[in-house]
Ligand binder design. Structure first.
Ligand code: PLP
Length: 263
């Protein structure tokens, strides 16, 4: 019997289907891996913004994740919305039990519509409890500055050095929120710059683009793709899903993560 690489996802539920666990499941399935899903938080949101969220009990999250990990060989762990310090703490315990599984962290601090999904205590917990166990994190420029507690004027390399000090192995800094004409993403090993990636800037606003990137990256890492190539392939897939985006609601566009590749 053949088996697919398994990705354990710890993410929030977005009922609009744009971001969160649904984005993970779609992107990971598209890349030929088996997604397993542990929900960290339930949100009330549409394609415009998050109105409210409630965290799942941290011990229940831990029991679900341990049950999956006892049953399957998990090849990568993808972490999205954490929701609370208690959940970060529980996931920290889990990561310490499985140090050999690569962790891909999308540091979700706010919704695209602006609502905060984090507190300063949660940012501290991400820095101290999660990033030291993380193989690669995918902050945008705003998230990177908040993780590093840096002002907007501080230069990019210093921001990266601050984040690298947590012990995280790689950082894929995404450039959608920067004011450059083209979108430039930068991959680092620790604070060493490895590669930049350029894409044409697309006109729309998208719901779940960060989730799509981190989840597809988790799938490539689960398949043991080398880090520069994994980043390139995940960025290409995300870009394609954005160019195929559709408008199911009245707000941001939703990436089409099951688009048919052009022949
Ligand atoms: N996960 C959940 C559950 C969310 O609600 C959001 C944003 O609202 C995100 C992730 C991040 O979405 P994006 O990929 O658009 O940054």
């Amino acid at each position: 019997m053949t088996s697919k690489p398994v990705v354990l996802c710890l993410s929030g539920l977005d009922p609009s289907g744009g971001a969160g666990i649904q984005a993970d499941i779609e992107a990971i399935s598209y890349q030929g891996c088996h997604p397993t899903a542990v929900i960290t938080a339930l949100t009330v949101q549409d394609t415009r913004n998050v109105q409210h969220f409630e965290c799942v009990d941290a011990q229940l999250i831990l029991r679900q994740a341990r049950t999956v990990l006892n049953d399957m060989k998990v090849n990568a762990i993808k972490i999205g919305m954490l929701g609370s310090v208690a959940i970060a703490d529980a996931i920290h315990c889990l990561l310490r039990e499985y140090p050999q599984i690569p962790v891909i962290l999308d540091p979700i601090l706010a919704a695209g519509g602006g609502s905060s999904l984090s507190t300063s205590h949660l940012i501290d917990a991400i820095n101290k409890l999660i990033l030291p166990y993380t193989f690669i994190t995918t902050p945008n420029t705003i998230e990177a500055r908040r993780l590093a507690a840096c002002a907007e004027t501080i230069d990019r390399q210093l921001v990266i050095e601050c984040i690298a000090q947590t012990g995280v192995k790689h950082i894929l800094l995404t450039g959608t929120h920067a004011s450059t004409q083209e979108v430039e993403h930068h991959l680092y090993r620790g604070s060493e710059h490895l590669q930049s990636f350029q894409y044409q800037r697309l006109p729309g606003e998208y719901h779940g683009s960060g989730c799509t990137l981190a989840a597809s990256l988790a799938a490539f890492i689960a398949r043991q793709t080398e880090i520069v190539q994994a980043s390139q392939q995940a960025l290409d897939y995300t870009y394609q899903s954005l160019t195929h985006a559709h408008a199911p609601g009245t707000g941001q566009l939703v990436p089409d993560r099951s688009f048919r590749a052009e022949p």
